[in-house]
Design a protein around this ligand. Structure first.
Ligand code: MCN
Length: 795
């Protein structure tokens, strides 16, 4: 586009639906994942894993494996005494030892008991299978509530009654300084109640299942005393810190690289035992090693998500005004603490106010060890659970009172003028306009017509129901006070000698599309085409510092710091440009405009210097302007003062087949508000992905262990991942309520879809089955369960 004054203007990119720059290489198979890394002399690892959920290792016979041709090394837990660091990091809870390879007791099916190193992957696998492990079984601790009585056994001797975290209180009347609790507000709220809703609810265990499983390549170079580790990770800088600490090496002796990462959904935040084993073995042998998880291992030994049980009591008046909430949370965290295991359920606590002005809340949290794979962050990570419990209680209240759920929710919303809003749970919501999102949701879904359609269908004998849910979540994680790894992010921006721009970001995207959104931002900031910008990430040898991509933080935190680094470089570049233009401009660089790949005086395109001219001068500054350093490169660290709190309204219609119990999703309308949007196409893609995972949780996904602790859902034959054909077309829309927490006004969106979707679907299904008197159904809503409700409990 050319303006009247004759200069070319780069079209503004922020807010445009730009297709992802990443996709051509991903779609054409041109991307490099960990398994694509092939190094000369590389060896392969395979793990022998426990077949038992709980037991004492009596003996391990590795002789047959060690004798197989091509096997270089076999190690057991006894040979590898190193334990993983006391996790969870930064929390006050004590944690049991967690060995990379267990030396004595196995505590979940799939726990590593030995590792084989061989010249190829298949040999390594065959040799691992030739290891004979004798285990004396102990009773498997599987039932969460029974586990809390110490039955049938203790997962860790030192943790009485299997209580990993015995008791964390939260809510009204807690004195943060002394820890004392005044129950009077909550008791008074319940004393005034005209109606009390009480329900036990389970937010079931899930498997994150990214398409690319975990994987690691480790290469120690003895001559340099330097370790390079390629890992399918969401946070290479955290991998570097942990691996360096575990190996007793300096952080400047370890380089962690996240090549292309095929999805993570939270499960690739962790540093796993296999990562440490790979690092230890390459150092021992001085040869590169590779381990790639197979799908069965991924189901067994990559962290699981959710698995929180809640006892909920909601007190209200008959007009729908909520007076108080009491909630007891029990998190089944599996056998060990991983990096964030203990912290995730505290995020459930944090979100218990939901979008409502609940005047009194009493929350209690207990975390329990069982003989299952540990839980940790899975898309939403604690917040979908909180949303689900509160929304289900609000829906049950509406049903009890015979009111429209939309109106009960509206009645209790936190109002726009109340922001920033300090909740009973200790969060400070930054900004919000919940009623506007509700109104748009009702309009887009044609809520009244939906109700009429449901009623018509019911008259015809069909089981049709509608559901509406609201969510608010904490994301954009920082400041450091709320994130033990550090709540900041780092970025650098360099104008190369030819005027092209290279930027680095410590946020390490693994499917989110930040190479596109971050290029859009810099294109606007510098007035250059996106094609001139390169975004580098995922390599601690290239990106100086970083935290990573999780907690829907990369835009709010990583995007902001990128803009700040860009701002520093732009200011310097303007000074070089002004100096190039002559003495009259030199004193006035602020008057310069960056547009169309040029820098010029406003209204005077003839004054324009190209990026290449200015950059060339900055790197060969003859003469060097007074007080300036040569070059055009700078960096920034930044952390927000608060998290961001995006929100939204999800509405759906479902139908249950009376004969088979099969549930069909017929309509799904979502309104999401993540503040200022950089790329609506990417944001919609993020919402799509989140909805698929939330709806999957509600309808078909569940990790199931049997009573002996065997994983029943250990493959995609048994663990149902949703497919495109399971969904109708999602009808998406947005409201925009910028956050004051960062200068972009952007909140996070990467997890939002997982929050509103589950309660909306369960509410709709309960509505569909209302004629059977059902008030609540635990997820997942499998046909057998629904058929049993329809047929009065007969199987
Ligand atoms: N964005 C935007 N405008 C906003 C907010 C975000 O344009 N107001 C863009 C961002 O630039 C980025 C994307 O939307 O391209 C997501 O940004 P953000 O909400 O900041 O989330 P993160 O980048 O931090 O991603 C993490 C989040 C999480 S926690 C999980 S889990 C998750 C998710 O993102 N896992 C994913 N989305 C995923 N998408 C893919 N493809 N794969 C995963 O593993």
């Amino acid at each position: 586009m050319t303006t009247a004054s004759g200069h070319v203007v780069t079209p503004k990119m922020i807010g445009e639906r730009i297709k992802r720059r990443e996709d051509p290489r991903l779609i054409q198979g041109l991307a490099t994942y960990v398994d694509d890394i092939k190094l000369p002399g590389m060896l392969h690892l395979a793990f022998k894993r426990s077949d038992y959920a709980h037991g004492r290792i009596v003996s391990i016979d590795t002789s047959a494996a060690a004798a197989m041709p091509g096997v270089e090394l076999v190690m057991t837990g006894a040979d590898m005494v190193k334990i993983l660091p006391p996790m969870p990091i930064g929390t006050p809870f004590p944690s049991p030892d967690h060995h990379a390879i267990t030396p004595d007791i196995v505590r979940y099916v799939g726990e590593p008991v030995a590792v084989v190193v061989a010249t190829d992957r298949y040999l390594a696998r065959d040799a691992a299978d030739a290891i004979v492990v004798t285990i004396d079984p102990l009773p498997a601790v599987i039932d969460t509530e029974k586990a809390m009585t110490g039955q049938p056994a203790l997962v860790h001797e030192a943790f009485a009654n299997n209580l990993a975290v015995p008791y964390v209180p939260g809510g009204s009347g807690i004195d943060a300084a002394t820890g004392s609790i005044d129950n009077s507000t909550v008791d008074a709220a319940f004393a005034q109640a005209e109606v009390i809703i009480s329900q036990r609810m389970l937010n079931q265990r899930l498997a994150p299942t990214p398409i690319e499983p975990r994987g690691v390549v480790a290469h120690y170079e003895p001559g340099k005393d330097f370790l390079t580790i390629w890992s399918a990770t969401q946070n290479p800088h955290i991998v570097r810190s942990f691996i360096a600490a575990l190996m007793g090496m300096g952080q400047n002796q370890v380089r962690a690289i996240a090549p292309e990462v095929g999805g993570g959904f939270g499960c690739k935040i962790n540093i796993y035992g296999e990562d440490y084993v790979a690092a230890a073995i390459t150092k021992k042998l001085g040869r590169p090693v590779k381990w790639i998880e197979d799908r069965s291992e991924a189901f067994m030994t990559t962290i699981h998500g959710r698995d929180i049980l809640a006892y909920v009591d909601l007190a209200a008046k008959r007009d729908g005004t909520v007076l108080g909430l009491k909630i007891k949370l029990i998190a089944d965290i599996g056998a060990y603490n991983m990096i964030l295991t203990a912290a995730i359920p505290t995020l459930t606590m944090l979100m218990l106010n939901g979008t409502y002005n609940i005047p009194a809340i009493r929350a209690e949290l207990t975390e329990v060890f069982t003989n299952k794979m540990p839980t940790d962050a899975y898309r939403g990570a604690g917040r979908p659970e909180g949303t689900y419990f509160v929304e289900r209680a609000m829906d049950m209240l509406a049903r009890e009172l015979g009111m429209d759920p939309a109106e009960v929710k509206r009645k209790n919303f936190i109002q726009p003028a109340q922001f920033p809003f300090a909740t009973q749970m200790g969060a400070v919501y930054d900004s919000g306009n919940y009623e506007r999102a509700l109104d748009l949701g009702l309009k887009n879904a044609k809520w009244n017509e939906l109700k009429a359609e449901r009623d018509r269908a019911k008259k015809e004998g069909r089981l049709v129901g509608i559901g509406l849910s609201f969510y608010v979540e904490v994301c954009g994680l920082g400041p450091s006070a709320s994130l033990p790894t550090g709540g900041w992010e780092h970025a650098s921006v360099t104008i190369e000698r030819d005027g092209k721009i290279t930027a680095t970001t410590g946020a390490s995207p693994h499917g989110q599309g930040n190479e596109t959104t971050f290029s859009q931002m810099l294109a606007d900031q510098f007035g250059v085409p996106m094609a001139d910008i390169l975004i580098l990430h995922g390599d601690t040898g290239v990106v100086k510092q970083g935290i990573g991509t999780f907690g829907s933080r990369s835009q709010a935190v990583g995007g902001t710091v990128l803009a700040l680094a860009g701002g520093k470089v732009k200011t310097k570049m303007a000074k070089f440009a002004a100096a190039l233009m002559g003495p009259e401009m030199e004193a006035n660089p602020e008057a310069l405009v960056f547009e169309g790949g040029k820098i010029f005086v406003e209204g005077n395109p003839a004054s324009a210097k190209t990026f290449a001219e200015v950059a060339g001068y900055a790197y060969v500054p003859v003469p060097l302007p007074v007080g300036m350093e040569p070059g055009l490169s700078d960096e920034a660290f930044w952390e927000p003062e608060n998290n961001t709190y995006p929100f939204g309204c999800h509405i759906c219609m479902v139908e249950v087949d009376r004969d088979t119990g099969e549930l069909t999703l017929k309509k799904f309308v979502a309104i999401d508000d993540c503040g200022t949007i950089i790329n609506p196409l990417i944001v919609e893609g993020q919402v799509h992905g989140g909805l698929a995972q939330g709806i999957g949780q509600a309808m078909i996904e569940e990790v199931v262990y049997d009573e002996d602790g065997q994983l029943i859902t250990g493959s995609f034959m048994d663990y149902a991942m949703p497919r495109a054909t399971d969904f109708p077309r999602f009808e998406l829309d947005k409201t925009v309520t910028p956050t004051p927490v960062n200068p972009l006004g952007a909140k996070g969106v990467g997890e939002a879809g997982t929050l509103g979707s589950t309660p909306a679907i369960v509410a709709a299904t309960v509505d569909a089955l209302s004629e059977f008197g059902v008030k609540h159904i635990d997820m997942m809503l499998r046909p057998e369960k629904l058929w049993n409700i329809i047929h009065g409990g007969q199987s």
